[in-house]
Design a protein around this ligand. Structure first.
Ligand SMILES: [Zn+2]
Ligand SMILES: [Zn+2]
Length: 348
C-alpha cells in the first residue's frame, strides 16, 4: 500500500510503498477514510532532531485519523468489520491511573506504551496510508450517526485539543463572560465553534490574516480583530476594561502569550495550546491577580466522544480542504505558508 512516511529528521516526507499491516491479538487494522495534516507535523519535519522526543523516524505521518474497521485481531470484540470509527490518537500504556481515566496524553508509564509519549503518526505508523494498524481496540471510538470519516478525522485532534482546553475553563465562561481566541487556524476555527456551542461567552477572535477572521465571523465570533499594537487596548475596551475571562492562545509565540497576559481578567485563565515556543515572565505584579496560566496537550478519550457528538449534530463543523495522498506535500506547503483555510485532510 502507499504511505506518506517521514524517513529522517529534518526532511520532507516521502510517498513510499509499504506492506499492508495485519493485526496481532487485540489489535485492529483500520481502512483509513481521512487523515488530517497538523501544524505539529511541520515541527516533526523541520525542527526536531534525535533526542527531542523518545522516538525516531521512519514512520508514517498522520495522527488525526478516522475510517472503517478493516480487520480484527484475535480476541477483539465489540467492533464490526466495516464500522466507521475515529482513532483516538495518543496511545498510552492503558493501565496507569491517567490511562484508566482515558487521559492517554499524560500516561505515567510511557515505557509500557506502544511508543513512549506518542502514537500513530508520532513514532508509530499513522493514518497517511491506505490502512493503519491500531495497537489496541480501546483507541477506536465508533462514529455517531451523521458523521463521516472525512469530518470526524480533524475532530480527533484539531477539535479535541481546543475542546479539552475550553472544557476545563467552562466554570469561568458564564453568560456575561468573554473568551479570546488567538490564532484562527486548524484548531482555532474549531475553538470558536466549540465556545459558541458549549458556553454563553462572547467570543473575540484575533489573527494576523483578514481572510481567516472572516471564517471566524462565519462561525459566530462576536468580535474579530487583525492583531496590531492596539489589540490589547481594543480587547480591554470591548470587555469594559475588565479583560477576558479566558484566553486561548493557539499560536503560543512570544507576542501572543504576552498579548494573552495583557488582556486576561483577574481570576481568569490563560491557556497556551500552540507550540510556538514563546515564553512569558510570571511575577506577583507582572500578571493579573489569580490568573491561572496553563498549557494543555490534546484531550481525553471521553472528551473525544463528546466532541464527536458535537460534530454529528452539526454544532462543530471543521472547514476542510481535501487532498489525495500523493498531494499531501502540497497540503503541508500551504500549511507552512499560512494560505490554508481551516484543516487540510488527506483522503487516501
Ligand atoms: Zn496535531
Ligand atoms: Zn499510561
Amino acid at each position: 500500500m502507499r504511505a506518506l512516511r517521514l524517513l529522517n529528521w529534518k526532511s520532507e516526507p516521502e510517498l513510499t510503498e509499504v506492506d499492508e499491516p495485519s493485526p496481532g491479538p487485540g489489535e485492529v487494522v483500520v481502512k483509513v477514510g481521512a487523515a488530517g495534516a497538523c501544524h505539529s507535523d511541520l515541527h516533526l519535519m523541520h525542527d526536531f532532531t534525535a533526542g527531542a522526543v523518545p522516538w525516531n523516524p521512519p514512520f508514517t505521518l498522520g495522527h488525526e485519523n478516522a475510517g472503517w474497521v478493516h480487520t480484527l485481531g484475535a480476541g477483539v470484540t465489540g467492533l464490526e468489520v466495516g464500522q466507521p470509527v475515529a482513532v483516538y490518537g495518543p496511545w498510552g500504556c492503558g493501565t496507569c491511573p491517567r490511562c484508566r481515566l482515558g487521559i492517554d496524553p499524560y500516561c505515567e508509564n510511557p515505557a509500557g506504551a506502544p511508543v513512549p509519549g506518542g502514537g500513530g503518526g508520532l513514532g508509530l505508523d499513522g493514518g497517511m496510508a491506505e490502512y493503519e494498524l491500531v495497537p489496541d481496540a480501546r483507541h477506536l471510538v465508533p462514529l455517531p450517526d451523521g458523521l463521516d470519516p472525512v469530518h470526524a478525522a480533524p475532530l480527533t485532534d484539531a477539535g479535541l485539543t481546543p475542546y479539552h482546553a475550553i472544557r476545563r475553563s467552562w466554570p469561568k465562561l458564564p453568560p456575561g463572560s468573554f473568551a479570546v481566541v488567538i490564532g484562527v487556524g486548524g484548531l482555532g476555527h474549531l475553538g470558536v465553534q466549540i465556545l459558541k456551542a458549549t458556553t454563553a461567552a462572547r467570543v473575540i477572535a484575533v489573527d494576523t490574516r483578514p481572510d481567516t477572521l472572516r471564517l471566524a465571523q462565519e462561525y459566530g465570533a462576536d468580535e474579530v480583530m487583525v492583531s496590531s499594537d492596539g489589540t490589547a487596548d481594543e480587547i480591554r475596551r470591548i470587555t469594559g476594561g475588565r479583560g477576558a475571562d479566558v484566553v486561548l492562545d493557539f499560536v503560543g509565540a512570544d507576542p501572543t502569550v504576552r498579548l494573552g497576559a495583557a488582556v486576561a481578567r483577574t481570576v481568569g485563565d490563560l491557556t497556551i495550546v500552540g507550540l510556538g515556543g514563546g515564553t512569558l515572565p510570571v511575577s506577583f505584579f507582572g500578571v493579573p491577580y489569580e490568573l491561572s496560566i496553563q498549557t494543555t496537550y490534546w484531550g481525553s478519550r471521553p472528551e473525544l466522544i463528546e466532541v464527536l457528538d458535537l460534530g454529528a449534530r452539526g454544532l462543530v463543523k471543521p472547514k476542510i480542504t481535501t487532498f489525495d495522498l500523493a498531494d499531501a506535500p502540497r497540503a503541508y506547503q500551504q500549511l507552512s505558508e499560512g494560505t490554508l483555510e481551516g484543516r487540510a485532510v488527506i483522503v487516501p
